[in-house]
Design a binder for this molecule. Sequence first.
Ligand code: NAD
Length: 488
Amino acid sequence: MIGVDADLYRMKTLANFINGQYVAPLEGRYLDNFNPATGELFARVPDSGPEDVEAAVQAAQAAFPDWAALPPDQRHDILRAVSDGISANLDRLAEAETIDSGKTLHTSRTVDIPRAALNFKFFATALLHFASESHQQPGALGYTLRQPLGVVGGISPWNLPLYLFTWKIAPALAAGNCVVAKPSEVTPYTAYLLGEICQQAGLPAGVLNIVHGLGPRAGEAIVRHPLVKAVSFTGSTRAGAEIARIAAPMFKKLSLELGGKNPNIIFADCDYEKMLNTTVRSSFANQGQICLCGSRIYVERPLYEKFKRDFVERVKALRVGDPFDSASDQGAVVGKAHFDKVMGCIELARQEGGTILCGGEPAPQSAPLDKGWYIRPTVIEGLPLQCRTNQEEIFGPVVTLQPFDTDEEALALANGVGYGLSATVWTNHLQRAHRFAAELQAGIIWINCWLLRDLRTPFGGVKQSGVGREGGWEAMRFFMETKSVTLG
Ligand code: NAD
């Protein structure tokens, strides 16, 4: 077991993980970190600056030659040991994730932490099978040489903290790079614990460096550093644009996984029970704080009233409460600022003329949870496509409903926003399913399912949802430089 903290609930001071050691931020500045379930302060997080990033980059640069030269089977063994270490610490990491983020312990135990372990396992194996192309022509042989970049940066958000942090780190390390990574300042705890797991797994000092702090300070210092050759970022479209603005003139490789406003299109010919069960999940899993949640639900008119009645009944029955209570379906949203933002979005929907079918208010709890940040799952109807509620990302437990009459109308509604991350279609009409897969403006399409992920498949969005793809070989190739070699 991890021995850093004797008591998960005791107030703690986190540290950066640089060159294989836990170290305090050089300027001694810290940020407050709150437990969203209780609203209580529970950790102090390094407010790192450029000098901490400099130390991390120098450690990564020094570690790079040996790590890149390590035979693949040895690199595999170390990354596999990190995966095993995450699995061995499932209980502790799941509790830490829940205290930090407010998500239910069930979600942390069954989704976040197992997936973090799988990310390392998957890319540990991928590196053993990675191969590159060769092309023959009369009298000449060309081959594609793919080499690690050197030092790369990873910046991740708060909604799936360890899951998305490792989704960047694991392929970067597997490809032979050394990493400087920053988790969200809102949910830094499991990333902090990962340092010790890496130590125990035998990851050489400097190969992975974890720097905590704010986006515009520590995050931007990673993006700006001349030795950081590529940045893999997941977060808001606003921050992604800022990162692109800084990195583009430096010609850095960029992978940007950004916001979404995903449509969920339901046809009357769908498998109704499966669709209903999944739509409750795809709307409100993790309090609606998954970039892939469907936030705009479009229902074919003959099914609309029945769906509305059944859906609202199911949503009203969701229990919002203590994330550690196995009876809770929904925990707290991640923090006060986000609570205020989501409540503001609900107020805006009212002002825009929306009808609140259920929710629309905080979900008060009794002590000791009475200062936590809980919101009732909210369903709204009666709003046009062009209003802000249907155009802007809310990223909370809020969905809108709208009927449609034709395939063309459904496509126009689905595609009529600036985002293009994912889309879900419910139909048993094969040709329609293929047509929608081809014509929907999104990087990820689910037909008659949601959130089924195969780690070999490309993952990413179009339009304001980002550029680049993660997953499988796409991620391995992103973290490598490509050379074309021809032998005459
Ligand atoms: P955010 O953009 O505020 O922060 C994400 C990370 O970027 C944090 O670590 C933050 O410190 C850092 N950051 C912020 N500004 C920065 C800057 N100028 N330079 C460098 N780093 C900076 O996002 P968030 O609120 O943490 O996360 C929610 C957002 O993430 C939502 O928009 C959601 O859709 C998106 N998201 C997208 C995906 C995806 O795969 N497309 C997955 C999860 C979340």
